[in-house]
Design a protein. Structure first.
Length: 289
């Protein structure tokens, strides 16, 4: 696709180009892909900074972490455009102050009975254990494993060992907890893994930003959303107990109020999840000009 873009730019002698891709394009194929892009653009007569420009909406005060590599190209030589990426310090509850959450009748945004039960279960678990700043993923199945398979990755073996140690230190309380939840036999296997990424900024699960991921349940601070990639696993804002609406996601991606997304929410979320953030591009264009 890049070479088609290069062909079109060469044909029209396009004076300015802004290209965007994922951060990993810089390291792809041991950096050869990135070098090829730079070499091709320069051959077409564009000046471009060789230092990778990686910027995210959260650098501009928008509460979403979505780093992307941008190529700012100016035809005709001259000094390349160089941009210093701003740094913004986010408060633990930045999301709550950024949005004015409204009540909605859209039931699809709220948690299902199963999701609510799973989160109540982990909320109780977090409040009964003897540590509050949990720095490792908790695997429920590891509670009962005396030996760890050596074939696992080192980070996973460490987390499994710490999960086992956590259980043994809190065995009496955890045994009562798991018995009250039918030994978690009704829980989807991936939801038996719990990741706490709030440090000491949240008192419980429902104070954070929650995500049901294929790799487990993650709870993080309400400072900013994780990357919205076609919104396959929308995050739940704990204090309001629901996911973002299409209009709220539109705000997160900096689209104007006048923009009308697809009427079907799943399609609208794919639109926004696959889009570039409007304010990020606006910021870069102004810097280029």
């Amino acid at each position: 696709m890049f070479f088609d873009i290069a062909r079109i730019a060469d044909h029209h002698k396009t004076p300015y180009l802004i290209l965007e891709n994922v951060p990993n394009i810089v390291s792809h194929d041991n950096g050869n892909t990135y070098k090829t892009i730079l070499r091709t653009l320069k051959k077409l007569g564009y000046s471009i900074d060789e230092k990778p420009l990686i910027i995210s909406p959260h650098n501009l005060g928008i509460p979403v972490y979505r780093p992307r590599t941008f190529f700012l190209c100016v035809r005709g030589g001259g000094s390349p455009v160089k941009i210093d990426v701003p740094k913004v310090n986010f408060k633990p509850d930045e999301i709550s102050s950024y949005f004015r959450f409204k009540k909605t009748k859209d039931k699809s945004l709220y948690m299902s009975e199963y999701e609510l039960k799973v989160l109540k279960m982990w909320d109780e678990f977090y409040k009964l254990i003897d540590i509050k700043t949990v720095g490792f993923p908790i695997w429920y199945n590891s509670f009962f494993e005396d030996e760890i398979d050596e074939d696992h990755q080192p980070w996973k073996k460490t987390a499994m060992r710490k999960s086992r140690e956590l259980y043994l230190r809190n065995k009496k309380k955890i045994d009562i907890w798991r018995k009250s939840y039918e030994n978690l036999e009704w829980v989807v296997p991936t939801h038996k893994k719990f990741e706490w990424q709030c440090g000491a900024d949240c008192k419980g699960v429902f104070d954070g930003l929650i995500q049901f991921r294929p790799s487990g349940i993650r709870v993080k601070r309400l400072n900013y959303f994780s990357t919205l990639v076609a919104m396959n696993h929308p995050q739940i804002v704990g204090p309001i107990g629901r996911r973002l609406s299409s209009d709220e996601t539109k705000l997160l991606q900096s689209f104007p109020k006048s923009f009308k997304p697809h009427e079907k929410r799943p399609i609208a979320l794919k639109q926004f999840g696959n889009a570039v953030n409007v304010k990020v591009v606006e910021y870069l264009v102004k810097k280029m000009m």
